[in-house]
Write a protein that binds this ligand. Structure first.
Ligand code: TYD
Length: 190
């Protein structure tokens, strides 16, 4: 997990390789995406043209629909056969973005996540934390329409929310400084 531009997508391949070198089957996956419905949802949610105004609740349900399919089709079967699943974003992204960012009530959002995931919670969540301006600058070349709608205050709320989740669940969360170079970030995550 992490704010925009925190480097999750760059970290996943080398981290998966490190896990696989340890002898486990590794399944890498991302949200939104990773199933036919999820990839369709990704285009709908992130890059629809012309842009359609949506509220946080609508976004929460769209992301949750994609997540439900993702759990059923990809994550649960992989876990059932003993694989390690490395997922780029999951339910806490909805809590951070739609909850802290867009103001959807957190308790309701947590219920939606339970419904979407069937209560499946990661064993470990690696939070790549970095200052908002560093992340946004990294992403400026590939900003999607979804992200273009959000201002700095929104991203600050997202970052603070992730840090709050990590503080509340220190056993599940590991915070890694996402501002460093790729090798340092990988070393932190491993
Ligand atoms: P993504 O393309 O994975 O971007 P990044 O490289 O920053 O991770 O994520 C797309 C955007 O979707 C990102 O701004 C976060 C947002 N998002 C939500 O708002 N809610 C969610 O539940 C998920 C999974 C993503």
């Amino acid at each position: 997990e992490g704010p925009d531009g925190s480097g999750k997508s760059s970290l996943v391949p080398p981290l998966a390789a490190a896990l696989a070198a340890g002898g486990c089957e590794v399944v890498t996956t991302r949200e939104p995406g990773s199933t036919p419905l999820g990839e369709l949802m990704r285009r709908l949610v992130l890059d629809v043209e012309p842009p359609i105004d949506r509220g946080g609740r609508a976004d929460a349900l769209l992301f949750a629909a994609s997540r439900a399919q993702h759990v059923d089709e990809v994550i649960a079967p992989a876990l059932a056969r003993g694989a390690v699943v490395l997922c780029d974003r999951y339910a806490d992204s909805s809590l951070a973005y739609q909850g802290a960012g867009s103001g959807v009530p957190m308790d309701q959002l947590r219920e939606v996540q339970r419904f979407a995931t069937g209560g499946l919670v990661p064993d470990l969540t690696i939070l790549l934390d970095l200052p908002v301006e560093v992340g946004v600058a990294r992403k400026s070349a590939e900003i999607t329409r979804f992200e273009a709608f959000q201002d700095t205050a929104y991203h600050e709320r997202v970052r603070a929310a992730f840090l709050g989740f990590a503080a509340a669940e220190p056993d599940r969360y590991a915070i890694v400084d996402g501002a460093g170079d790729p090798e340092t970030v990988l070393a932190g995550a491993v």
